[in-house]
Ligand binder design. Structure first.
Ligand code: ATP
Length: 306
């Protein structure tokens, strides 16, 4: 019996290792929502990024061609500028970011980076030009250093630390017993949503992509964490072409342009101030979010008084 139990244990061990590996890969793919495989044209050239200008030209798209999700949308994110996309749930905001990564081919229109149609260049080169800070970061079962360095595998120790500092997470890491060597992920330290997001920001800082996509967390973070994350995001998006998929309007007040998407159409666009003056959907969403924040604060004050 002894003889048998050892190999069985061993098989169990191998099985768990493989499963764990698969879970990580699945989680990564879930995160990026990679589904339909898009094909590169034969001998497609690589994308040549000079300034990082993004342009959507009359883009029409549906996951199912029978149900159009984006109904002809056009916008520009000029080099180094920031554009935020807001709108009700299901409007198609995240779809815009998935299309920029070319996870799907569009039905008509064009998506251009520095004048090159992303459908005509190698996908890999498109994805290499874009950094994403997703809503929910999947961390590898490895050290914090490994997780940050994933942004640029050859990065030196000092660069990893600098990125962590810029991402406002270095202080937290230094307090850990094993510091940057601490294991994280399923079998290591469990990080909070805000901590994971800052690790993702550090990773993106190391990658230093010309184009940045920020997919803002829907989940509410406490005010202090939110401020730290905002500081980190402001640093990473500075002078970089940035597209923000926003759920909370408070974070995008300074965007160069805000695009209001509703049922796959752009219904309003302009700066925060212009949109408030227009007194349309954005102004309505702003007022609603204000009320919600005030109600939350009142509730918290009441709890604290107890
Ligand atoms: P939210 O603010 O709730 O995240 P959103 O504006 O980001 O919403 P999208 O995620 O872009 O909305 O989704 C737009 C529409 O596309 C939704 O109706 C959704 O059901 C549909 N959709 C999203 N992903 C897929 C998919 N992989 N396959 C089919 N339909 C999808």
């Amino acid at each position: 019996l002894m003889q048998l139990s050892i190999p069985l244990n061993f098989i169990g061990f191998i099985y768990r290792e493989i499963r764990q590996g698969l879970t990580d890969i699945e989680a990564m793919f879930d995160l990026l929502e990679v589904e339909a495989e898009v094909k590169d044209p034969a001998d497609a050239p690589t994308l040549q990024v000079s300034e990082g200008a993004v342009r959507f030209e009359d883009v029409r798209f549906g996951y199912d061609p029978a149900r159009e999700i984006l109904k002809g949308i056009s916008f520009d994110v000029p080099p180094g500028k920031s554009v935020a996309i807001v709108g009700p749930s299901g409007a198609g905001k995240s779809t815009v970011s998935r299309l920029l990564f070319r996870f799907y081919d569009i039905q008509s229109g064009r998506i251009l980076i520095d004048g090159q149609d992303i459908a005509g260049v190698q996908q890999e080169s498109v994805r290499a030009a874009i950094g994403i800070v997703p809503q929910d970061t999947v961390l590898f079962n490895d050290t914090i250093t490994y997780n940050i360095r994933y942004g640029r595998i050859g990065a030196r120790e000092a660069e990893v630390r600098r990125a962590a500092e810029l991402a406002q997470i270095a202080g937290f890491i230094q307090e850990l017993p094993d510091g940057f060597d601490s294991m994280v992920g399923e079998r290591g330290l469990k990080l909070s949503g805000g901590e994971k997001q800052r690790v993702a920001i550090a990773r993106t800082i190391l990658k230093a992509p010309p184009i940045l996509v920020l997919d803002e967390a829907t989940s509410a973070l406490d005010t202090h964490t939110e401020q730290e994350i905002q500081t980190a995001l402001d640093l990473v998006s500075k002078e970089r072409t940035t597209l923000t998929i926003a759920h909370r309007l408070s974070t995008i007040i300074d965007a160069d342009e805000i695009i209001v998407l509703k049922s796959g159409e752009i219904v309003e666009r302009g700066s925060h101030r212009e949109l408030l003056e227009a007194d349309g959907l954005y102004a309505e969403m702003w007022a609603m979010q204000r009320e919600a924040t005030e109600a939350e604060e009142a509730l918290r004050r009441a709890r604290e008084a107890d």
